[in-house]
Ligand binder design. Sequence first.
Ligand code: C2E
Ligand code: MG
Ligand code: MG
Length: 623
Amino acid sequence: MNSSNQQPHNILIVDDLADNLRVLSHTLSQEGYKIRCAKNGAIALQVAVKVIPDLILLDINMPGMDGYEVCQRLKDAVQTKDVPVIFLSALNDVLDKVKAFEVGGVDYITKPFKVEEVLIRVKNQLDFQSAKAQIHLLNQELEQRVQQRTLQLKIANQKLADANQKLQQEIAERCKVEQQLIHDALYDGLTELPNRTLLMERIERALQRVKRNPHHLFAILFIDLDRFKTINDSLGHLVGDRLLVAISKIIQQDLRLTDTVARLGGDEFVILLDDIHSLQDATHVGDRLQEQLKLPLNCGGYSLVSSASIGIALSSSKYENSSEILRDADIAMYRAKEKGKACYEVFDEAMYIQTLKAVELERDLRLALINQEFTVYYQPIIALKDNNLSGFEALIRWHHPQHGLISPAEFIPLAEDTGLIVEIGDWVLQEACRVLSAWQQEYASRPDIAALKVNVNVASQQFQKPDFIDKLDQILAQTGLNPTCLKLEITERVLINSEINTQLTLTEIKKREIKLSIDDFGTGYSSLSYLSRLPIDNLKIDRSFIKNISCDRESLEIIKTIITLARNLGMETIAEGVETLAQAEQLKSLNCEYAQGYLFAQPMTAEEAIALILQDELKQSIH
Ligand code: C2E
Ligand code: MG
Ligand code: MG
């Protein structure tokens, strides 16, 4: 029986002897095999291709076509080449057996055969064939699995290759992003110049070289454009940016590869001139830059002329780090700006000390308001016609906890620079109004005190604040001071600013019958046209003219002109800094209405001032 499909094995018996065929077919049929018989080779070949037998028992010695030839032909045919052939032969010759195997036989049974032997050999052969078939099947399965696995492996490999490629791409992109990040971290986006970080690194390296070799010299040039903000504000950021790019190119011109030009931000650039021989190498670059910047630059359709203030600091072993030398170059740059822009300054130690003082002063100034270190002093203003006290000028004083009394000339400019002047000025206004109002209330029966005026200095920034009038109203309401007793001293700088705001503020002040005085008159702008347009009450002739009134003809002429001008415009004049009787007499003879100065009194505390009023000392001191 065929074990794999339970079908009986199909056996073809080929023999020319009918007896043999009968015995064999009978025996094998009994064993369950399906038997076909052929009595010669030709029939056998025909039968074999019709239904392919599982085994052929083939007699060698047959008339016509012998067994060898039949076997040969079976093996040559595609359909039957794998059918096992067991030869049957009476000949027990070795040569025949060899031949039998040569033509493709698998076994050999000699006649006369024993039935048992035939059965065993048939069974063995069929088992062997079925085992072979199974092995073949298994092999095929195995082959399939191998192929499948190979395919899977191939797919996996492809996936891996794809993933690898993707990874490589990602790595390349990451590298690019990283490079970009590094670039962005070290370079300025607008000008593509190194930024502060990279500059600091390079200065640090240059400092290391100085440490190793004390003769190594380098310079830092701190460049700040003059009036860049004006260009930016008036022509727009786009033009401003173009100007910065154009200037960055100019700065880079003619420098060596070893030098670094960096942009710190805004309109600030720095040159690190490495390995120079002397200071002249640096000042030479400064000079050259100033010259180059004088040429007009075409930016967004505008022809712009720029200039820069430059601070130069030379390397030295005292510098511990890059910030220190950069700071010094910055200090020198500020000094250059103060000097009048478009120039350079070389840093020296005195500058540092001065800057340090200014920084400390600024810090202290911020605290001064909180700590109530300010007081207001009052300097009498005298009517020259009768030497009567007309009022006071309120002058701020700062009692510094360590440095004692600090002059306003020293801290007011700083307060203006930092914007603190607004708060400080408002406080003075409030305090001065409060004090005069308190005197007037306390001595309500005294008409002379009721008529007193207080002059308060108002800084330009204070005046320009949109809420200045509101504050003024608030202070007058709080202190109860009659507005006609208040006189605001403003400088020409405020008036030259022809903004609508300024005009409106002046009108509002006038509406409240508050008086307006132009301080330090004659020192400021020469344009006088504004005087006739604006509601001014007084001109305060600057101290510098009064000082020279007796010795300098020019000063006298100026004073005369100011007094005439004031009279023609319906204004009164106050002379500042009157120190001698002669000055006072002369001013009186020129019809100057009021005077203020050490001749009459120094600025004094509120207590001293009221005491003076009450004792009427002042008048006596002049007589
Ligand atoms: P200013 O408003 O021109 O004030 C007059 C200055 O001349 C005062 O100096 C005063 O003390 C001084 N002075 C008065 N008479 C004489 C004199 O006979 N000879 C000399 N040599 N000087 C005399 P001070 O108090 O040092 O103030 C200086 C400047 O500080 C003021 O000049 C004013 O511009 C500013 N200032 C003072 N207080 C304030 C304030 O509260 N606010 C604002 N914004 N500025 C103020
Ligand atoms: Mg004044
Ligand atoms: Mg003055």
